[in-house]
Write a protein that binds this ligand. Structure first.
Ligand SMILES: *[C@@H]1O[C@H](CO)[C@@H](O)[C@H](O)[C@H]1NC(C)=O
Ligand SMILES: *[C@@H]1O[C@H](CO)[C@@H](O)[C@H](O)[C@H]1NC(C)=O
Ligand SMILES: *[C@@H]1O[C@H](CO)[C@@H](O)[C@H](O)[C@H]1NC(C)=O
Ligand SMILES: *[C@@H]1O[C@H](CO)[C@@H](O)[C@H](O)[C@H]1NC(C)=O
Ligand SMILES: *[C@@H]1O[C@H](CO)[C@@H](O)[C@H](O)[C@H]1NC(C)=O
Length: 344
């Protein structure tokens, strides 16, 4: 038996050396004159290329100072996750994609009408419903270069914490619309942003019924904004801090250790992170006072805040003085159970 293992070890060693040798052959420098690129360069959207540029042996041309200043993104590049959507290029379109996720038991029959409402109102929307498995795979693929975030996500044992983090990772990485399954869409997304803000908006959030916290059941954003980075960073740090406080790893977190899921990963976390980031980028105070009970859409930098009628009319008592009811949230989720389960 021991001898068999010994032989197996030798064999593995041999195979891995061979693979290493084969792969180093494939990394042979390409003869000059042959261009590796084909079509427009998409490097800027590749996190690996942003954070770890390939060493370039050719001397760089002298920087053109004037164009560099003109194209310099307003929020400084985050060293945490790369950003490509800056305040300056707010004219790029919102990705026309709706992201949703099924709970562990699949999709309850009464949710299909809600799903259909999105596609009826917005026939041009691409649509993806993630499952536990495909969500894990999404994070593995898209955050491969950010192992701290990827491994934290994959390690989380509590479904609601994963679901909360997942939406923020998708909103950051791909953008589009996240919506929980228990949300009906009543108006096409084309009308969500008033004309005067169309070319200045990168993120759209709606107030909850309490009028001072952003709803996380429905969020629309462009990919890779500094705001998306700020929210991911905030949630990741809160999860790590919650685990550290109990001398546990994030893989051992349970609902007893999470002070309040709303604060750690949920809408409150998103609200605090967004307001803090806006304050930093705008260089002036930004807080609840600036969003509380607003009556009409309010643009803070490039974040459009919608009054509570927009996403939470049902809970806010159907106010008639603050614009259209865009979506309706049915609170079908059973996420408040002690195991941190997720709604349908
Ligand atoms: C950088 O981007 C190019 C083109 O998109 C890709 O072929 C290459 O593998 C990327 N480099 C890294 C380190 O991911
Ligand atoms: C943005 O939209 C406003 C109002 O519709 C318009 O006045 C302005 O010229 C637009 N800006 C750009 C850069 O297109
Ligand atoms: C965590 O460990 C520290 C130092 O070992 C100890 O002082 C603290 O009481 C522990 N906390 C918990 C919640 O176990
Ligand atoms: C969470 O873990 C702690 C420590 O291991 C344990 O005391 C507590 O009962 C657990 N709570 C739940 C809901 O499992
Ligand atoms: C937010 O409100 C505070 C206090 O009213 C005010 O000083 C500040 O300028 C506001 N910020 C923005 C971005 O309007």
């Amino acid at each position: 038996m021991g001898r068999f293992h010994y032989l197996l070890g030798i064999l593995l060693l041999f195979v891995s050396s061979f693979l290493w040798f084969a792969s180093s052959l494939r990394r042979e420098p390409v003869p000059s004159g042959i261009s590796l690129t084909y079509g427009p360069c998409v490097c800027a959207t590749d996190p690996a290329n942003d954070t770890a540029p390939e060493p370039d042996t050719k001397p760089l041309p002298p920087p053109d100072v004037t164009t560099e200043i003109e194209t310099l993104p307003l929020p400084t590049q985050s060293s945490y996750l790369p950003t490509t959507n800056t305040h300056e290029n707010a004219q790029s379109p919102f990705p026309l994609k709706l992201w949703q996720k099924a709970g562990s038991k699949g999709i309850a029959p009464d949710r299909w009408n809600d799903i259909q409402s999105w596609l009826k109102q917005n026939p041009f929307l691409r649509h993806e419903i993630l499952t536990e498995g495909s969500a894990d795979q999404y994070v593995r693929e898209n955050f491969a270069d950010f192992p701290e975030i990827r491994d934290l996500y994959l390690s989380l044992p509590v479904p609601i914490l994963k679901a909360d983090l997942l939406r923020q990772l998708i909103l950051y990485n791909d953008g589009g619309i996240w919506s929980d399954l228990d949300v009906t869409c009543h108006h096409p997304i084309d009308i969500w942003i008033p004309e005067e803000y169309r070319n200045r908006t990168n993120v759209v959030v709606g107030l909850e019924f309490d009028g001072s916290q952003f709803a996380s059941w429905t969020v629309m954003t462009k990919p890779r904004t500094s705001h998306g980075v700020a929210v991911v960073k905030y949630v990741v740090e809160k999860l790590q801090a919650s685990a550290a406080e109990h001398n546990r790893t994030t893989a051992e977190l349970n609902m007893t250790m999470i002070s309040d899921v709303v604060d750690v990963t949920g809408p409150q976390a998103m609200t605090v992170a967004l307001l803090q980031n806006l304050e930093r980028e705008m260089g002036m105070p930004v807080g609840r006072a600036n969003i509380s009970n607003i009556m009409q859409p309010t643009l803070l930098h490039d974040v459009l805040v919608l009054p509570n009628a927009a996403f939470a009319s049902l809970q806010a008592g159907h106010p008639e003085d603050r614009g259209p009811y865009l979506v309706e949230h049915h609170y079908a989720g059973s996420w408040k159970n002690t195991q941190g389960g997720e709604g349908p």
